[in-house]
Design a protein around this ligand. Structure first.
Ligand SMILES: Cc1ncc(COP(=O)(O)O)c(C=O)c1O
Length: 450
């Protein structure tokens, strides 16, 4: 027992219930603990690790809820058998690395990003601006960007990714105490950013075609300064706004002193067409399109459009900061957008992401789990016990993101969601979906485990 406790201790990052549960789960994943192995009594673990019995008991509860350990009659608490059907996969994964399949990141599959060599090798001359006051947007890129922009905007700005655009726009246009409406669930870095700006954030729920109109209408008397939405492949739900919802939302907001900030972070990998409220209320819209998912997160490029009244303060905020996005990178993006092979590659990447998502979503539906969204890299899976589901998948080498950080308010109770980046599942979609389905129903902690 001492050796076993030491092996758990070696894997312990934090002396908390969650930390201990993760340490046990790591020991199971690297086969230090095997199905059927007995766990030491709670009191003994508490003594040896200098933790309180309550903390150890909470860790055991979490592991039991995730189906990782179970009460085994007189043998006490033992490591649960690996789930049927998933065992081979789990063993296969175990050989690779502690997290063999990381579906927690929300990033694109590097194998589906365009090749850079043809474009880079065409960049033979240096790209020095003649002055620091040159137009920060290259004409050749502006021409490419406007080709499939969803509406006729006054002008465009090129920035260092959608996060940079959100940072600049919120800094330039919002004041502490302003009311800002966001999608709930929403993108955690945006929620952090808004908190940092000192604004009042209220979440509005989404359905399969976008933001709830009733929710927005009910908040209009409180005079929101901004509404932030993701028009396509919403992270985390994968919802794309329908043209009807966009038109009705525009009609609702028209004439209010309220900016609509659209974060089209899925951009060109989306299977739905570009869409913006700018088609109806261009004077109130800042539309951001990121090229991170389609052309690579490390290009750090997004474009931002809007009326002069909204773009001018953003331009000013940028001018007193780093000034412009590297012209070298702008030329790379312009080259990629011009290249027909690259455009075809991006369209097939979008189709491949859709195929991966559909395989997983279809299998989850066979398990009785409904997933609403239809676009982007992620799916939003309802689970009975969020912490247990994350832990269960982790013990099988699969990392997913717990749903609670995406929620505007703190949720009570264990049930919730996990966000799974299906865009990164290259093979064995059905097996992975089976494991996700099992994790979604994990959480049956009953008196018999105590
Ligand atoms: C909703 C949302 N906004 C912004 C970003 C960041 O995009 P960028 O890499 O262009 O900064 C992401 C990235 O996942 C995202 O999902």
């Amino acid at each position: 027992m001492r050796a076993l406790i030491s092996s758990i201790e070696e894997r312990l990052d934090a002396p908390t219930a969650k930390g201990l549960a993760q340490a046990v789960s790591r020991a199971i994943r690297d086969a230090t603990l095997l199905p059927g192995d007995q766990l030491p009594p709670i009191r003994r673990v508490a003594e040896e690790l200098m933790m309180s019995p309550t903390t150890v008991s909470a860790a055991w509860q979490l592991l039991a809820r995730s189906g990782t350990i179970r009460s085994d009659g007189r043998r006490g608490t033992t490591v649960a058998p690996t789930a049927r059907g998933g065992e081979r996969y789990t063993r296969a994964l175990r050989h690779e690395s502690p997290v063999s399949l990381d579906l927690s990141t929300g990033i694109p599959d590097s194998a589906l990003l365009p090749a850079l060599v043809p474009v880079l090798s065409a960049l033979t001359d240096p790209t020095t601006p003649s002055s620091y006051l040159d137009d920060p947007v290259l004409d050749e890129l502006r021409t490419e960007l406007t080709r499939d922009w969803p509406y006729a905007a006054d002008d465009l700005l090129v920035v260092d990714g959608a996060m940079d655009a959100l940072d600049l726009a919120t800094r330039a246009l919002l004041r502490p105490g302003d009311l800002v409406l966001v999608e709930n669930p929403g993108f955690p870095p945006l929620l952090d950013l808004l908190e940092d700006r000192g604004v009042d954030v209220v979440g509005v729920p989404l359905d399969e075609t976008g933001l709830h109109l009733d929710g927005v209408e009910a908040l209009l008397p409180r005079r929101p300064a901004a509404v932030v939405i993701q028009p396509r492949g919403q992270n985390p739900t994968g919802v794309s706004m329908s043209p009807t919802r966009a038109r009705r939302l525009a009609a609702l907001l028209k004439g209010h002193d309220c900016v609509v900030i659209e974060d089209d972070s899925s951009g060109p990998i989306s299977t739905s067409a570009p869409i913006s409220l700018g088609a109806w209320i261009p004077d109130q819209v800042l539309h951001i399109r990121s090229y991170s998912k389609s052309h690579g997160p490390d290009l750090r490029i997004a474009a931002l459009s809007g009326p002069d009244s909204l773009l001018a303060p953003v331009r000013h905020a940028r001018a007193i900061g780093q000034g412009w996005t590297s012209r070298l990178l702008q030329r790379v993006l312009a080259g990629l957008l011009r290249d027909e092979d690259c455009a075809r590659g991006i369209a097939s990447a979008g189709a491949e992401y859709a195929r991966r998502r559909e395989l997983v979503v279809g299998r989850l539906a066979e398990h009785g789990i409904d997933v609403a969204g239809t676009d982007g890299l992620n799916i939003w899976v309802p689970v009975r016990d969020e912490a247990a589901a994350v832990l269960r998948l982790a013990s099988q080498g699969i990392a997913v993101t717990p749903g609670s950080p995406f929620s505007v308010e703190r949720l009570a109770g264990p049930e919730g969601h996990v966000r799974v980046t299906t865009g990164l599942i290259r093979a064995d979609h059905l097996t992975v979906a089976d494991l996700i389905a099992e994790a979604a129903s994990a959480g049956a902690w009953t008196a018999q485990h105590r």
